[in-house]
Write a protein that binds this ligand. Structure first.
Ligand code: CMP
Length: 256
């Protein structure tokens, strides 16, 4: 199996890029990000207020590496704005994308709970603003709010399901089927309704798609262009429309 080419990520020194909650950071926005984050769902207002006072804000430019695989971890992050990809770099500049994270999503918690090193790299793919919570503050919070531990178990279960799905796809499906599965998945995760189908605002590049499904850009390019010729997807500028016909095709394959 071959993966894609890596664009070299920029490392941002933590001390330079992290600012404690300062006068120009809007506490209301920070509070809203925490309240909306699935990790902190269903917490009492007092707990959200407490977390709001404890987090620091970090702004990172596009391509900045926030978390580096195999380094020790001492804090976790919640995305306030922007996007982050979770990625593992292989030999010869190849990479596999494990997940694309959006505002409200959190990352960097695994090494805090299992005491091991960072399990993957987390790289900003847009200018991104993060809330940073230290290990000590997270542990104190979880001890007084078991609800967060339940939320975390839910998130871990979802990740394991996705990983199971990916393993099954790699073992059982060809590249065309994996591409259709991923495009429909993206459309369901972040698409908005339109008369032609679900619109994915930021169309992933063919290299990014290759990195997501364990293929190479040339193969993806052929399969992608064929889907477009068949009218099953409609590239429109930087966005992509995933048609109901493609979604049905994916459903039929799943039922077969
Ligand atoms: P940690 O191991 O501390 O640092 C890397 C982070 O990437 C990890 O915590 C998780 O938050 C995140 N991560 C690792 N694997 C996945 C995955 N399969 N899906 C989503 N996020 C992941």
């Amino acid at each position: 199996m071959s993966f894609g080419i890596v664009r070299s990520p920029v490392s941002v020194p933590t001390a330079l890029a992290t600012r404690p909650l300062g006068s120009h950071e809007d506490p209301a926005r920070i509070r809203a990000t925490i309240a909306r984050a699935p990790l902190f769902a269903a917490l009492p207002i007092s707990a959200i207020e407490d977390l709001t006072g404890r987090v620091a804000v970090r702004r990172v430019p596009v391509n900045a590496t926030v978390v580096t695989q195999d380094e020790p971890g001492d804090s976790m992050f919640v995305i306030m704005s922007g996007r982050v990809k979770v990625v593992i770099f292989g030999e010869n500049g190849r990479e596999v994308t494990l997940s694309l994270l959006r505002p409200g999503d959190s990352f960097g918690e695994m090494s805090l709970f299992d005491g091991s090193t960072r399990s993957a790299n987390c790289v900003a793919i847009e200018p991104t603003t993060l809330l940073v919570l230290s290990r000590d503050d997270l542990m104190r919070h979880v001890q007084s709010h078991p609800r967060t531990a339940l939320n975390l178990l839910g998130e871990m279960a979802r990740r394991l399901r996705r990983a199971d799905d990916t393993i099954a796809q790699l073992a059982l499906c060809d590249v065309n089927e994996r591409l259709i599965h991923r495009l429909v998945g993206l459309a369901r995760e972040e698409g908005s309704e339109s008369p032609d189908g679900l619109v994915v605002r930021r169309r992933p590049t063919q290299q990014e798609l290759a990195n997501m499904i364990g293929s190479c850009r040339e193969t993806i390019s052929r399969a992608f262009n064929q889907l477009a010729r068949d009218g099953l997807i409609i590239p429109k500028g930087r966005s992509l429309v995933v048609t109901p016909a493609l979604i049905e095709k994916a459903e039929r394959k799943k039922a077969a």
